[in-house]
Design a protein around this ligand. Structure first.
Ligand code: 13P
Length: 252
């Protein structure tokens, strides 16, 4: 059965010493909770990944990066490769976040290359998709998400696809305090699962973890995660608060 996941996307937050404190606090707290079968992933800024994987080695969480460049090495000043992450024991990487699509102009085609580059090194992509508000208001949200998923992921073989985690993050819900309702989340997650069943097969669709992201917090996580097609969350702001993050991680 598919994995339930709560992943914390720290974005560009925390100094080194603050990051160290936060990672340690979360690691300590994780020792005292029952996650059932859920997996916790921390995705700090890249320069803290080594510190995070050192702590993770003796704790109950996995480490994810927030981005990669889709080459193993070369003249790409400022970029980080999946090969580098592999040696650090980073096992996940967020890609296609709406902030990267918006500020760094990442396209579905470019994200396809990132997916391939990660899977080559057995790092699991957490592939973000989601519509902006005008697209939802124009009732185009299903088409938008379909195009994102099709153009970046559906070139994969069934076997490779099974290593992908999808995160539905409606852009209007990110950092706004306006969460998608449980019905809106469930409707889109079921739609995405249907696309996977159509492209691959029913069992691939059933095995795919689909996370919800966008103003998910300690108060609303339980009702969102209770939806049949919502397998956990990709958490931004609330992942920087250890108590609340732990509350979310135990909301299954
Ligand atoms: P917030 O939880 O702060 O809305 O951010 C969600 C997000 O972008 C996670 O990737």
């Amino acid at each position: 059965m598919r994995k339930q996941i709560v992943a914390g996307n720290w974005k560009m937050n925390k100094t080194f010493s603050e990051a160290e404190t936060l990672i340690t606090e979360i690691a300590d707290a994780l020792d005292d909770v029952d996650l059932k079968d859920a997996e916790v992933i921390l995705c700090p800024p890249a320069i803290y990944l080594e510190m995070a994987t050192d702590v993770a080695f003796e704790s109950n969480f996995k480490v994810g990066a927030q981005n990669i460049y889709p080459e193993d090495s070369g003249a790409f000043t400022g970029e980080i490769s999946p090969l580098m992450l592999k040696e650090l024991n980073v096992t996940y990487c967020i890609i296609g976040h709406s902030e990267r699509r918006k500020y760094f102009h990442e396209t579905n085609e470019f994200l396809q290359r990132k997916v391939d580059a990660l899977l080559k090194h057995h790092i699991r992509p957490i592939f973000c998709c989601g519509e902006v508000l005008p697209e939802r208001e124009a009732n185009q949200h299903f088409e938008v998400v379909k195009k994102q998923v099709q153009e970046s992921l559906f070139h994969l073989s069934m076997e490779s696809f099974l290593d992908v985690v999808i995160a539905y993050e409606p852009v209007w819900a990110i950092g706004t305090g306006v969460t998608a309702t449980k019905e809106q989340a469930q409707e889109m997650h079921a739609y995405i699962r249907g696309l996977i069943a159509e492209k691959y097969d029913g069992s691939t669709a059933v095995e795919t973890t689909i996370l919800y992201g966008g103003s998910c917090n300690g108060k609303n996580a339980r009702e969102l995660f209770a939806q049949p097609d919502v397998d956990g969350g990709l958490i931004g702001g609330a992942s920087l608060k250890p108590d609340e993050f732990l509350q979310i991680a135990t909301s299954f």
